[in-house]
Write a protein that binds this ligand. Structure first.
Ligand SMILES: Cc1cc2nc3c(=O)[nH]c(=O)nc-3n(C[C@H](O)[C@H](O)[C@H](O)COP(=O)(O)O)c2cc1C
Length: 288
């Protein structure tokens, strides 16, 4: 098998130094990163020592609850919706029906209850597990997270909502939204997030912006942390897109945006915390 791969690589090298050519691998940042974050027996053992340190209840408890907060922000309490019955939807049907939605019902205002359903089932602390050896607990959430270190933060940019327009940070431990900017930002985001002509941002209710704090993971996983952070973000986006499908909203991921302008809009530094995932959403026009 290996010799067959080597033969293929040699063949491509010999014709045009295509992607398989050593020179081009060096130029492809993604391949260089992936090569350099591969484990071999030695590096896995070395990293394993760092990982081992985390099998300590005190460290686990401290590290699994990285709750960023904005002490002076006005808050919207979404916990008040906790006792309402969860919508009952067929999971398998929802998975099969999910499609990206790029045009939304104009003037639809997303409700606090809809935001509550989206956030609770994507990244809220839903299960507090008491650890015998320590006073505190570990807070688990609906999606898998490398080492339970929860490296992500979520921001909601609302254009059209019952809550009013603004930028909000989600507190997963409290089920609250912290208002970090009051006012309509549609025209600014239209300049820096590439949606048109495919996605009709003018009819959207808002966007979910997901950032990652790489250091929350790299302290344990070294270079592999970046892979893991992106995995976690994929789980989050998948949950969100399925939840929206289930409750009659529609969403679409957006890959093109001016990263540091987006970071500036939500007030994060762009290096240690940086936006890497954008999901736009609105009311599904098809009335599902
Ligand atoms: C990381 C990522 C980025 C995407 N970026 C865009 C985008 O910028 N604009 C867009 O219209 N669709 C975007 N999409 C949606 C894909 O085009 C869509 O998922 C794909 O065509 C499959 O269609 P479906 O989602 O309806 O099943 C993106 C999807 C992913 C996973």
């Amino acid at each position: 098998m290996i010799s067959k791969i080597n033969e293929t690589k040699a063949f491509f090298d010999s014709i045009d130094e295509g992607l398989y050519g050593k020179k081009n691998v060096k130029d492809a940042l993604a391949l260089v990163y992936h090569e350099n974050s591969k484990f071999n027996v030695y590096s896995q053992r070395k990293q394993g020592e760092k990982i081992g340190v985390f099998y300590n209840p005190y460290i686990t408890e401290r590290c699994s609850q990285p709750f960023k907060h904005y002490p002076n922000a006005e808050k919207i309490d979404l916990k008040v919706y906790d006792d309402l019955p969860t919508p009952q939807k067929d999971l398998f049907g929802t998975i099969l029906n999910r499609r990206s939605v790029r045009d939304y019902k104009p003037d639809y205002k997303v409700s606090e209850r809809e935001l509550h359903i989206m956030l609770k089932h994507s990244y809220a602390v839903t299960n507090r597990v008491k650890m015998d050896e320590v006073d505190g607990h570990v807070g688990f959430r609906p999606i898998p997270s490398p080492g339970g270190l929860y490296s992500l933060e979520m921001y909601l940019v609302l254009f059209n909502s019952q809550t009013g327009p603004g930028i909000f940070h989600f507190r997963p431990d409290e089920m609250t939204l912290e208002k970090i900017y009051d006012g309509d930002t549609l025209s600014q985001f239209k300049e820096i997030v590439t949606t048109e002509p495919y996605i009709n941002i003018n009819t959207a209710c808002g966007m979910v912006l997901v950032t990652g704090l790489y250091e929350r993971l790299s302290i344990k996983y070294g270079e592999r942390a970046y892979r893991f952070m992106i995995h976690e973000s994929g789980f989050l986006a998948q949950n969100l897109s399925l939840i929206m499908e289930a409750i009659g909203l529609g969403s679409c991921m957006v890959g093109g945006y001016i990263d540091d302008k987006v970071n500036e809009m939500i007030g994060v530094d762009g290096v240690f915390e940086t936006c890497h995932n954008i999901l736009i959403f609105g009311k599904n026009k098809m009335g599902k």
